[in-house]
Write a new protein. Structure first.
Lengths: 266, 266
DNA sequence: TATTAAATTATCATTTTTCGGAATGAAAGA
DNA sequence: TCTTTCATTCCGAAAAATGATAATTTAATA
């Protein structure tokens, strides 16, 4: 199913755990070996390791394996931690529901827009930015915002350094023109994209700023032009800005939790 | 605490994951290295590995780490598996039989209640939470318990971030009101739901805690109001609490079945 | 802005694990 | 009882992890 040619021991360990956790009944070594196409002795060794650490354990009276105590304890912690940090996703989901379109959060890294989280509302129709994917700077709203907030000289340098690949008829491939657009973007504080990356898909984005007004990330929406025209995009800006406000409070913010602080530091 | 002289890579990987999961805020590489007494470059390498696999991920806009999506998904599965084993399923079945209504165990993931195990007593009449299904936080007892256990400020933020969709006339869609209910829930330690998600169905739930009093999951019951009124629900609380106690005792013990195929196949 | 401290990445010889074929013991089924 | 399947142990070659050192980048501070 998911094994790339070169699995490290870690991958195999997690594959085994995942398999055991997804079974409804205790799994034998042979089951596991077969499911993950491992040599039998190897499976034994790996499972033995996991058992020693309490991540798996034998079901009493059998040689079949179920999830172990350590693993359950750890998982409970993970779920708790995830719940505490899930507010970002909650905000994203809320704004996506409000405007009824796919929303995503993206950051710029290595001169490329990387999407870190996204929520799609209904059927995958518009552009699907899946977390982990990357897109160019010059034809995405997030990229424009990022560039627009650079000091002028750095901005110009970057514009000239980038390869302004043409993806559609409306992609901006002229440096002067791009600079103009960026200046405009800087002034009004948000960006739009008119089928510049994918034909038939328009979008807009607003910045998510830290308390000291540094750019942390961008919150954007992508939608098929058949459903929302380029000019109609404007009505998304206000809700997006509200959500971005909330996100900037939420995102970094020392997630003051403290739920019983369990283990905590000694 | 956890460093034996000779830790394999696996031990260190899990130590790191455990540390990150137990922190209330995102942890920097330096934090982790210090806490586990790892050389800094080594910590970087190990954490990089975990990040590549999606087990850890950077908090947006920072270089600090939180639990990753893969890890959360896996953890939810593990908890589900832990509760589905015969012994625990038997506890669930027993309490279901005792109170004569459908009982289910749910965890929160991605701001949604996911049901990992359930037992129905008679004909499907009340609400049918089948394992794998998901329900919103603000109108389920399990969701209320989860939220009620967050520290106050985080709780308020989450309430505001959630879209309080109205499903019925009694769904709580007002943030202030929800906060009140959560406060009450926190004080008494269990939650009720008055036809807030599905018309004609009321329910209640109690927390399942780990030995160190972390919330692992919730045990709840759903029943048609025609059979049990909202106020009559109270008589289920005691049996549920007993069962929850039992479950939390057994959850970290090496019991387990094996042969008797939990939950029976569908 | 200049300066300093800290964090991160890179390199690499050494040590430690892992890997899985072959062989053997144990248990389930005929 | 016999046969087949599964569980387990051994072990040398191959691969990976390890962490010191050093170079580089980034953040903090003056």
């Amino acid at each position: 199913m998911q094994q790339l040619s070169t699995d490290g021991p870690l991958d195999r360990a997690f594959a085994i755990i995942g398999y055991v956790a997804s079974q409804t009944r205790a799994a034998s070594v042979a089951d596991i070996a077969a499911a993950l196409t491992l040599p039998l002795p190897t499976a034994h060794r790996l499972i033995g390791n996991l058992e020693q650490r309490g991540l798996l354990q034998k079901a009493v009276g059998t040689k079949r394996y179920v999830v172990g105590n350590q693993l359950v304890t750890l998982s409970a912690r993970v779920i708790g931690a995830a719940f505490r940090t899930a507010r970002r996703h909650a905000v994203l989901r809320a704004v996506a529901a409000e405007i009824g379109e796919q929303c995503e959060i993206g950051v710029v890294r290595d001169n490329v827009v990387a999407y870190v989280d996204s929520v799609r509302v209904s059927q995958p129709q518009g552009l699907q930015f899946n977390p982990g994917e990357a897109a160019p700077l010059h034809c995405t709203s997030t990229g424009k915002i990022y560039m627009s907030r650079l000091p002028e000289r750095a901005r110009e340098k970057l514009c000239r350094a980038l390869t302004l690949t043409r993806y559609t008829e409306t992609t901006i491939v002229d440096v002067e023109r791009l600079m103009e657009v960026l200046e405009e973007t800087r002034k009004r504080g948000w960006a739009k994209t008119n089928e510049e990356y994918v034909r038939g898909v328009v979008g807009c984005a607003v910045p998510i700023l830290s308390p000291d007004r540094e750019l942390i990330a961008c919150l954007g929406v992508s939608v098929p032009v058949a459903r929302v025209s380029f000019t109609e995009l404007d009505r998304f800006i206000a809700p997006l800005q509200n959500a971005a406000e909330l996100l900037s409070e939420t995102i970094l913010q020392a997630d003051e939790d403290g739920t019983s602080d369990a283990s905590g530091e000694a």
